[in-house]
Design a protein around this ligand. Structure first.
Ligand SMILES: NC(=O)c1ccc[n+]([C@@H]2O[C@H](COP(=O)([O-])OP(=O)(O)OC[C@H]3O[C@@H](n4cnc5c(N)ncnc54)[C@H](OP(=O)(O)O)[C@@H]3O)[C@@H](O)[C@H]2O)c1
Length: 284
């Protein structure tokens, strides 16, 4: 199956489709899901220090037998690791956990803490060859522009909740001046049946001989979003990638556009984020 690639604002080519491993336990569950995905042709894995499964992602990459440079690995730093010097130490520990030589894309996971000094360390890590590209996750307040304006290296991506109910059109306008690509988390609404079973998806699934989930994932691809749906079910892992042999028409994309109701599955204020994310730090 053909993979789709996007060119980021630093010239790197990122596979537009991959596998997310949020809430997949460290050890065999993460390793086997990643190995199965890589065997099928996936070339992109999205993890985070907070997911506590980077060692298993790294093991899968090494054991896959696929040349390292063909696989894109993203990970994320938690706010407990933000700060001058502290962030570089966090990156070095991440490199040791992953044990795959370098990190393709490193994100600040949350918009709280000493994110400005963290960004400077991330820029240094790029110049030192530890990391290829850097970006942000969950920066939707004015802190997004604060980082973007001050940055020497503009964020390559912004990873946020994005799905047909919450299409992030306004945010896409905000990051356009920086050439930042949007990565969708909860691309399937975290598996929400109400979203997946929307009649428009059922109708299009019938027309194209696909599943409702495949229609949603295809919509993301054509909307220009980078996606990494999570699954530990081998049949889902296979089906989710089988979306590169058909295309939705402009009219069908417009129909799906109408589902953009502003409904988020994860809601929290900046104040709640400040309080909750500072109260926890992932184990090394
Ligand atoms: N930056 C952030 O703060 C943040 C937050 C959340 C997520 N993320 C990233 O985004 C990734 C995706 O988000 P997510 O895992 O929360 O949600 P998601 O990908 O929208 O949905 C995952 C759910 O959908 C189910 N599913 C997957 N394929 C399916 C299929 N073909 N048919 C039916 N059900 C299917 C999965 O169950 P099965 O396993 O049974 O298939 C799982 O329950 C994460 O893994 C993570 O990498 C980032």
């Amino acid at each position: 199956m053909d993979q789709a690639y996007l060119t980021l604002n630093n010239g790197a080519k990122i596979p537009q489709f991959g596998m997310g491993v949020y809430m997949v336990p460290e050890g065999e569950p993460t390793k086997q899901a990643c190995l199965e995905a890589l065997r099928l042709g996936y070339r992109h894995i999205d993890t985070a220090h907070a997911y506590q499964n980077e060692r298993s992602v790294g093991a899968a990459v090494r054991e896959s037998g696929i040349p390292r440079e063909e696989i894109w690995v993203t990970s994320k730093l938690w706010p407990s690791e933000y700060g001058e010097g502290k962030t570089m130490a966090g990156i070095d520990k991440m490199l040791a956990r992953l044990n795959i030589g370098y990190i393709d894309l490193l994100l600040l996971h949350q918009q709280v803490g000493d994110y400005m000094d963290a960004w400077k360390d991330m820029e240094r890590a790029v110049s030192q060859g530890k990391v290829r590209a850097i970006g942000l996750s969950n920066f939707e307040s004015g802190r997004l522009e604060e980082v973007c304006e001050a940055a020497d290296i503009k964020p390559a991506v912004l990873q946020v909740e994005c799905h047909p109910y919450f299409q992030q059109e306004a945010l896409k306008q905000r990051v356009a001046p920086y050439g930042t690509a949007i990565e969708s988390w909860y691309p399937l609404g975290h598996g929400d049946p109400g979203l997946i079973q929307q009649p428009i998806f059922t109708e299009l699934a019938k027309k194209y001989g696909k599943t409702n989930v495949q229609i949603i994932l295809r919509w993301h691809i054509q909307a220009g979003n980078i996606i990494f749906p999570k699954s530990t079910n081998p049949a889902h892992i296979r089906d989710n990638f089988d979306i590169f042999d058909f295309a939705l028409s402009d009219a069908e994309m417009q129909e799906i556009r109408k589902l953009d109701s502003g409904k988020r599955f994860y809601v929290s204020t900046l104040e709640e984020q400040e309080k909750n994310f500072a109260a926890w730090s992932p184990a090394d």
